[in-house]
Design a protein around this ligand. Structure first.
Ligand code: UD1
Ligand code: CA
Length: 430
């Protein structure tokens, strides 16, 4: 099987974000931009390895990598002298590696594994030494422009800031993704110059370098320009979120899921939903989740990841689920929080039920388990860890802190008191 190594550029400051946080840690569907890029690489159908070039906010980015992507190697670019300089920081880590290297930016979260695979396959079938991914934008402002000759060969890339007004008219742009034969191209990184308007070592100059050294350069045009969308500003971040959401919504509708008002429904690309499930307006689903067929979700429901919802469930308005499994035909219809829980089938959770899963002193989260057929009365609190066995019945307004046996009734509210004629007596005294 082919092997590929990826270098992901993530050292830039992201000045245009006007943020204290490094740009690549800004999130879409609760996952940092860098995470989206790393995942699209790790899902490639080739043996792969990623190297992240970090710099601005290196400490924070490293912390994120250590927590979520332990397998990713990182190298620090102390001064951000440009994208070409950034790649040169990875040269020692790549050493004498003989395969293809994929170079991509940490700020293009919409790139899919399929497109990267197509790029690598194109590079190999063309027997290219350097392939740059391009796309066509009606409004190419801000991107590097692709300069081709009359034979349609890629000659060089000109950055917006260095472009002549004629070059600015070109609509084919640099996606910032490259596949290179490492052994042949690596020398370019010690020969790049910074004689341009920004005084930076541009990665884009490797094209001219490769041609000058008689290596084969190709351009792979990505048919879906939405994938190339790069994040440089908060406006870009909002647009990228919308692109990601619209693509997912479209895919789900094609698979037989009803979205009552797709404009207001946000579903992360990593969520699977079975057919004939209906999603009502203002539903927000982030992270990885599996929702089976024939469910009703929403309106105004939030799933925060790692949730499984079985066939025929109803998860209703103002309900939040996090790290929760709900087996088939169960209902959580109104105003509830279900966190760190396993819920059986045919369970009914009354309105306003809260799973108290978090101890703010110990910072620990604990799990609760409800077996099949359990019924929870409205406004109850289930204090984790507890286990409520088959068909047990919890009276409304109970605070459950101990396990409950099957078929039992558990009640923790105070008994109802009635004072006869209390109102009448009060009024008579006025
Ligand atoms: C870059 C390309 C441009 C392309 C666009 C696609 C260059 C010179 N320009 O422009 O042709 O159309 O991407 O999105 O390559 N970075 C570092 N170290 C640095 C500088 C940047 O790691 O010293 C990283 C940034 O964190 C970012 C990526 O490289 O993830 C791209 O840098 P950015 O400044 O966003 O480049 P663009 O102006 O978008
Ligand atoms: Ca960019």
């Amino acid at each position: 099987m082919e092997e590929i190594k990826a270098v992901i550029l993530a050292a830039g400051k992201g000045t245009r974000m006007k943020s204290l946080k490094p740009k690549v840690l800004h999130e879409i569907f609760a996952k940092p931009l860098l995470g989206w890029v790393l995942d699209s690489v790790s899902d490639l159908p080739f043996k792969n390895e990623s190297i992240a070039v970090i710099g601005h906010g290196a400490h924070e980015v490293e912390e994120y990598l250590n927590k979520n992507y332990k397998y990713v190697k990182s190298t620090v670019q102390k001064q951000q002298l440009g994208t070409g300089h950034a790649v040169s920081q990875a040269v020692p880590l790549l050493g004498d590696y003989r395969g293809n290297v994929l170079i991509l930016c940490g700020d293009t979260p919409l790139l899919t594994t399929k497109t990267l695979t197509d790029l690598i396959n194109f590079h190999n079938s063309e027997k290219s030494d350097l392939t740059v991914m391009t796309t066509i934008f009606d409004e190419p402002f801000g991107y590097g422009r692709i300069i081709r000759n009359s034979e349609n060969e890629v000659l060089k890339i000109v950055e917006e800031k260095d472009a002549t007004s004629a070059q600015k008219e070109i609509k084919e742009v640099n996606a910032g993704v490259y596949c290179v034969n490492w052994l042949k191209i690596k020398k370019a990184f010690s020969e790049l110059k910074n004689n341009n308007s920004q005084g930076e070592y541009y990665l884009t100059d490797i094209i001219k370098w490769a041609r000058g050294n008689n290596f084969k350069v190709s351009g792979y045009i990505c048919p879906d320009n939405r994938e190339i969308y790069g994040i440089n500003s908060r406006q870009n971040l909002a647009i990228a979120t919308k692109i990601m959401k619209d693509k997912k919504n479209d895919e789900l509708m094609s698979q037989g899921v009803t979205l009552v008002d797709a404009d207001t429904i946000y579903i992360s690309p990593e969520t699977q939903i079975g057919c004939d499930t209906i999603i009502f307006p203002n539903t927000y689903i982030e992270g990885k989740n599996i929702i089976a067929k024939n469910c009703k979700i929403g309106p105004m429901t939030r799933l925060r990841g790692n949730c499984e919802v079985g066939e025929g469930c109803k998860i209703g308005n103002f309900v939040e689920l996090k790290n929760a499994k709900v087996a088939k035909n169960s209902n959580v219809c109104h105003l509830s929080y279900i966190g760190d829980a396993e819920i059986g089938s045919n369970v009914n959770i009354g309105a306003g039920t809260i799973f108290a899963n978090y101890n703010s002193i110990t910072k620990e989260k604990k799990k609760s388990k409800l077996h099949n057929g359990v019924s929870i009365g409205s406004n109850s609190v289930i204090v984790a860890p507890v286990e409520i066995k088959e068909n047990a019945f919890i009276g409304a307004l109970s605070c459950i802190t101990k396990d409950v046996e099957k078929e039992s009734l558990a009640l923790s509210r105070s008994p109802q008191k009635e004072v006869k004629n209390w109102v009448k007596n009060k009024k008579e005294k006025i």
